[in-house]
Write a protein that binds this ligand. Sequence first.
Ligand SMILES: [Zn+2]
Length: 341
Amino acid sequence: MPIDPRNLSRRELLRDAACWTATAIATGELAGRSARGEEDGANVRQARQAASPQECETMADAADPGYIDAHVHVWTPDTESYPLSAGYRREEMQPPSFTPEQLFAHCRPLGVSRIVLIQMSFYGFDNRYMLDTMEQHPDTFSGVAVIEDDGDDPASEMRRLRELGVRGFRIYPRNRPLDRWLDGAGMRAMWRCGAEENMAMCHLVNPDALPMIDTMCEEFPDTPVVIDHFGRVGIDGTIREADVQNLVRLARHRRTHVKLSAFYALGKKKAPYDDLIPMIRQLLDAYGPQRLMWATDCPYQVVGGHEYLPSLELIRDRLDFLSEGDRDWLLRRTAESVFFT
Ligand SMILES: [Zn+2]
């Protein structure tokens, strides 16, 4: 007897969606795409094993079909409870407040149900506001923390934060020379621990810092790596092919990922952000959809005349070369695999 979808419960629909996805991978519909992107074979194997009816039921329990915004900062005007790090002043908090509730007002009406929080620079190495936010909203947030890479034992701090839901660490060159900015025993300890604990090294860099990341990926091939905001290619208004190629080159390391994010800051810096499409196409060809993830970089995507919706629309509606499966990876599944496992 044909099943009328109107009679299915939400749970049944979720189970069917989970089964469909697992089956699509098992039958090669998505796996065929993965050859292009050198996808981590473990993911495909896991999905294949998950295709039995019992496993589909289990997957449905965990399935959240909402989109994931893989890069957002939150902060509070309550600087009594959460003091700013030395060197930062209240006036630098612009907007003055961006709490989880303010974020939800932008993202939830558009179907974004989970978010990866990135430790805000104002708070230095004090990750408490991010961690408290994560604890207050179970199953909503993952977190990327900032710790001292030249501290005594960064790996034990990484493991402590993992227990609290952190899945990545933000690293950036600060004032170090670009050919050696990832040198040092502490940084190596972090990369080693990242491989052991499946925690990502999340890089906020300009294009000129990408070659050093390539060197580290050779040394630590099992460490998950995420490049924020296209490696900031186009931040000065010009998208240079040489910079794009440096980003493409990193795709040869199987655990590298790129965030398609901060559209407000790159290229023409103007919605609908179509000038970024050729670069997205090149990255899709190099990485495959399973290693690209969308993000907004809120609150910066919702100030200065920019809005949340055009960021989502660029990936959801304006890339005619994506299949439905590709889109699901970019808007949800890649971020899920890196930050919500
Ligand atoms: Zn950011």
